[in-house]
Design a protein around this ligand. Structure first.
Ligand SMILES: Cc1ncc(COP(=O)(O)O)c(C=O)c1O
Length: 383
């Protein structure tokens, strides 16, 4: 007989809904607005840089901290965009590895991690890997604003890490200065480390992205994480980084060394080229995504749904009134469109609001077709 194969602390984790929905879309020919990845490549000069690195002999292990060209580009990016001068940085296998290594390196078993709910699914898993305990602060529709009282209430005696995500997946909320001041006050009062996932930093349509590390007193306690996946449409490359105080980066590096050591050498060189693209690239991308957001929202509204217009990311949620899983099933059957029930991003799926999440990072023609199907059918709201 096979011995027990899974640690009890991982029970209840592990949604496979994203890959399942993507496979379902491929099988049925449905429009896939489920998983968050673009259906076009990132900029050609960056692909050329990858090819040049592959042909130029950049094919062996990268140094553990990352290739110097990318390290310099990340430092320059942080300085130019936000005036940040981090003490150290580490290149990782996507933001996902930075999140995992940071939580494993910074938390002892039993430590508490305060985290905005709904949350990106790897957070709960990585908190569990570390033997830590998650303390969710729920963001509620329709605005998903961060309630300072709920934040304070989530901080227990063993709180160690504030795991933030702004712009926020899946809600599209971009935390404003007021909300970030509440976060900073809590971190300073309780001596918390802030781990800040900013992978959507350049996908903001209303307001602007404020990195938590820029608030007074926060640079010395914040590990800032990002990657090329979302900003430059290379989600398959998995090149990310984290930056901040030397001690926080060192704790993360120590774990990363034994997870993957290093990876993607030629793509690290190309990621440096991405970060050095002229700002017009990101401006154009923002304009395009905003137009797609508006197009999809118009289609959703045309179907009698109320889109909760996101300020950032490439996701929009709609309140579907009743069971979101049933709604998504019906949406697939009636409209040939895949969306994700947002409840999968909550601890208690049953108590989650009835939201469905749609990604709008697809070609304009695809979004237009989805909008047309939604508007013409207009029958998707169950109950
Ligand atoms: C909030 C958030 N963080 C991290 C990631 C993963 O980033 P990467 O692909 O760089 O590992 C995602 C991808 O969907 C995300 O939504």
């Amino acid at each position: 007989m096979t011995p027990p194969v899974r640690a009890a602390r991982l029970d209840g984790l592990g949604t496979t809904i994203f890959s399942e929905m993507t496979a379902l879309a491929a099988r049925t020919g449905a429009i896939n607005l489920g998983q968050g990845f673009p259906d076009t490549d990132g900029p050609a000069p960056v692909i050329e840089a990858a090819i040049a690195a592959l042909r130029g002999g950049e094919n062996q292990y990268a140094p553990l901290p990352g290739v110097p060209a990318l390290r310099e580009a990340v430092l320059e990016h942080q300085r130019i965009n936000y005036g940040l001068e981090p003490e150290d940085l580490l290149v990782t296998f996507g933001a996902t590895e930075a999140i995992a290594a940071a939580l494993l390196g910074l938390c002892d078993p039993g430590d508490e991690v305060v985290v905005l709910e709904p949350y990106y699914d790897s957070y709960a898993a990585c908190i569990a890997f570390a033997g830590a305990i998650r303390r969710p602060v729920t963001l509620r529709p329709p605005t998903f604003a961060l309630d300072p009282d709920a934040l304070r209430a989530a901080i227990g005696p063993r709180a160690r890490v504030m795991l933030l995500n702004t712009p926020h997946n899946p809600t599209g909320r971009v935390l404003d200065r007021c909300e970030l001041e509440a976060v900073a006050a809590a971190c300073l009062e309780h001596d918390l480390i802030c781990v800040s996932d900013e992978v959507y930093e350049h996908l903001v349509y209303d307001g602007r992205h404020i990195p938590p590390a820029t608030l007074p007193g926060m640079a010395e306690r914040t590990l800032t994480i990002s990657s090329v996946g979302k900003s430059f449409s290379f989600t398959g490359w998995k090149i990310g980084w984290c930056s901040g105080p030397a001690e926080l980066v060192a704790a993360t590096r120590m774990v990363k060394q034994y997870l993957t050591f290093a990876g993607g050498t030629p793509l690290q060189h190309a990621a440096a080229a991405a970060l050095r693209l002229p700002p017009t690239y990101l401006e154009a991308q923002r304009r395009e995504l905003r137009a797609k957001r508006d197009l999809l929202c118009a289609g959703l509204a045309g179907a009698g749904l109320e889109p909760l217009i996101p300020a950032g990311t490439y996701f929009v949620n709609v309140d579907v009134g009743s069971d979101a899983v049933a709604f998504c099933t019906e949406l697939l059957e009636h409209c040939g469109i895949v969306a994700i029930p947002t409840s999968v991003f909550y601890d208690d799926h049953g108590a989650a609001p009835n939201l469905a999440r749609f990604a709008f990072c697809k070609r304009e023609a695809v979004i237009a077709e989805a909008a047309a199907r939604l508007a013409s059918l207009g029958v998707v709201k169950p109950g």
